[in-house]
Design a protein around this ligand. Structure first.
Ligand code: COA
Length: 332
């Protein structure tokens, strides 16, 4: 497929091998580092492998023989996840950076992908969390295509000055211990239970089933889907009798300076007893010992319980972005 708009051509991403996109991915990595303190190079390397195998669905923007932007998605059964959109910043044509050339190209790329996915009968759901891009940037384009848009926050807690671990007397039926690989299946059951009727289950449908939660966990723990998983900063609270999990926190390293919490949750029956606060302290202490200067996490703006928890722990909002979800209306 080929489309022209002024001097820009939008082409199937699978025409391009990795070296052609390298300058673009390098420029994007710089913005990830600057804005989110996130080392994007590992993700870039993975993307380049997919590009070289010509298996990444998406589009590239071509101008004067150079690739100046890209968008891609991945398929998970009948769902498509829009992974990223990025265009090289040009010289803004107005004082408003959001209406500058990069934004216009990114929106054009997104619209092409919407058209492809909305017209793919096997795709019944599309999810997207464009973490790098400030909230509101693509909201009108997503809404115009029929997506629901949910604002999410990127919170950061500096670790400097945190010197002591929090002590907690757990009830006798619970045991606190480090994460281990065998926790994957009970953790999937905990996530599914903790996110029942929760706003985040509207954004990420993996949370709605144990199978989906297992997929989420495998991606985080085994396949470095969100930074590099750090076993030493991941903890669980286990019910001694049943060996089921009552609570967990999972940590990943996203750069030398930053740890990132990819999951914090507590079973409804054990809430408001300080378990989440305790787990956050343990993870923070571990990241500090591993040499990180800060911890980040993302939270949906509507998740006010969790926001209260994080604010109480000194997390501050450093950035906001949008999650967007579309699902095919049932014809039955
Ligand atoms: C958010 C969540 C992890 C909190 O777990 P928890 O163990 O109940 O939290 P804690 O008992 O440690 O609470 C610590 C503080 O957080 C705040 N807080 C926690 N839950 C709250 C609620 N329901 N309403 C208001 N404030 C709340 C309070 O300030 C609380 O301190 P206090 O009890 O002394 O007033 C839990 O509700 C949960 O698993 N929710 C579903 C999954 C989720 O949203 N995870 C976070 C995704 S970003």
């Amino acid at each position: 497929m080929q489309a022209r708009n002024g001097s820009i051509e939008i082409l199937d991403l699978r025409h391009f091998a990795a070296p052609v996109l390298r300058p673009l991915l390098d420029a994007e990595s710089e913005i990830w580092a600057e804005r989110l303190h996130w080392d994007y190079r590992a993700s870039s390397r993975l993307l380049m492998q997919y590009l070289d195998n010509r298996m990444l669905p998406g589009y590239a923007a071509m101008e004067a023989g150079n690739v100046t932007g890209y968008v891609f998605c991945v398929y998970e059964e009948t769902k498509a996840v829009i992974g990223d959109v990025f265009a090289l910043p040009g010289v803004p044509d107005s004082g408003n950076a959001a209406s500058g050339p990069a934004h216009a190209r990114e929106e054009m790329l997104l619209r092409h992908l919407f058209e492809l996915l909305l017209n793919s009968p096997h795709v019944d759901r599309i999810e997207s969390q464009l973490l790098l891009h400030p909230s509101g940037r693509f909201a009108p384009a997503f809404r115009a295509a029929g997506f629901g848009v949910y604002r999410r926050l990127f919170l950061v807690q500096p670790l400097a000055g945190r010197s002591s671990q929090l002590h907690m007397d757990l009830p006798a039926n619970l045991e606190f211990r480090p994460w281990r690989e065998a926790d994957l299946a009970p953790a999937a059951r905990l996530i599914c239970e903790a996110y029942r009727d929760h706003p985040d289950s509207s954004i990420n449908d993996q949370y709605r089933t144990v199978h989906g939660s297992m997929r989420f966990l495998n991606n985080i723990v085994r396949y470095a889907g969100c930074g590099t998983f750090v076993t030493q900063a991941s903890y669980v609270v286990e019910e001694r009798a049943s060996h089921e999990l009552a609570a967990l926190v999972l940590g990943s390293r996203v750069s030398e300076q930053s740890g990132h919490l990819t999951q914090v949750c507590v079973l409804p029956a054990y809430r408001r007893r300080g378990l989440a606060r305790f787990l956050l302290h343990q993870a923070a202490f571990s990241f500090m010992r591993l040499g990180a200067a800060e911890i980040s996490l993302t939270v949906t703006e509507a998740n006010t319980d969790a926001i209260q928890l994080y604010q109480g722990e000194g997390y501050q909002c450093a950035h906001s972005f949008d999650a967007a979800v579309w699902h095919r209306a049932s014809t039955a």
